[in-house]
Design a protein around this ligand. Structure first.
Ligand code: ATP
Length: 235
């Protein structure tokens, strides 16, 4: 059973249609990237999956169950977690308290999950009592990632995980995503401006252009596809 299915999803902002009958799937254990140029609808697609925007038509299913009109928390209970764009950690709260907010849907296993997050991100363990706002950009990205893992998700959605990071952190974040996928079987749906970077760790990709899905396929088939250039830079 697919972890996530979008079936002909259309989204409007007022009169303006932002997504046109988008259909996509994420299977267990996959890294899937959502590519496209500016204003192509990547963030809108992510927000719709997370339950922050309700589609006008179409259907969304998580592990086979319809969640098209479910609240974000209900989706988290069905295995979805997100690392939002620009990270948004709580700057005054300690690293550890930030992590614990990620476990709000859970009653048990929280300490064990915390230990496992610290194992994946030793830097966060070292800084557990430090206010999150004092972390570097790369460390805040790790914290946002760790917080998402605290709900023990099967699928994690990441919006521009490398945005604004120094090149050394870009590689580190991508390595981490690949490692969590490999070691825990975590599925990832990732929005990324940098198509080449995203495709270097993804199994499959979808390409959006002005709210339409124009191309999809295995990552290697997309890397040199001229249609990607068109989607990003125009014909
Ligand atoms: N809250 C909103 N109200 C009205 N229009 C919106 C809103 N959010 C996005 N849009 C419009 O929807 C379209 C898709 O925007 P979206 O943010 O999903 O694109 P994106 O691919 O994530 O772009 P970028 O890479 O530039 O962030 C754009 O034309 C945008 O102007």
């Amino acid at each position: 059973m697919s972890l996530l299915e979008l079936d002909s999803v259309s989204v409007f902002y007022g009169q303006t249609q932002a997504l046109h009958e988008i259909s996509l799937v994420v299977e267990p254990g996959e890294i899937v990237c959502l590519l496209g140029g500016n204003a192509s609808g990547k963030s809108t697609t992510m927000k719709t999956i997370l339950g922050l925007i309700t589609p006008r038509s179409g259907e969304i299913r998580l592990a086979g169950e319809r969640v098209t009109r479910s609240a974000p928390a209900a989706r988290i209970r069905r295995g979805l977690a997100s690392v939002p764009e620009a990270r948004r950690v709580f700057p005054e709260m300690s690293v550890e308290d930030n992590l614990l907010t990620g476990a709000f849907t859970r009653r048990t296993g929280i300490r064990a999950e915390l230990a496992s997050v610290y194992e994946s991100f030793p830097r966060l363990a070292e800084r557990r009592r430090q206010p999150a706002g004092t972390l570097s950009g790369g460390e805040q990205q790790m914290l946002a990632f760790g917080r998402a893992l605290m709900s023990a998700p099967t699928l994690i959605c990441m919006d521009e995980p490398t945005m604004g990071l120094a090149p050394i952190f870009v590689d580190r974040v991508l390595d981490l995503i690949a490692a969590l996928n490999r070691d825990r079987g975590l599925a990832v749906l990732m929005v990324e401006q940098n198509a080449e970077l995203a495709l270097s760790i993804a199994h499959r990709g979808y390409v959006l252009n002005t709210g339409h899905l124009v191309l999809d396929g295995p990552a290697p088939s997309l890397i040199d596809n001229p249609a990607i250039r068109t989607a990003y830079f125009g014909a």
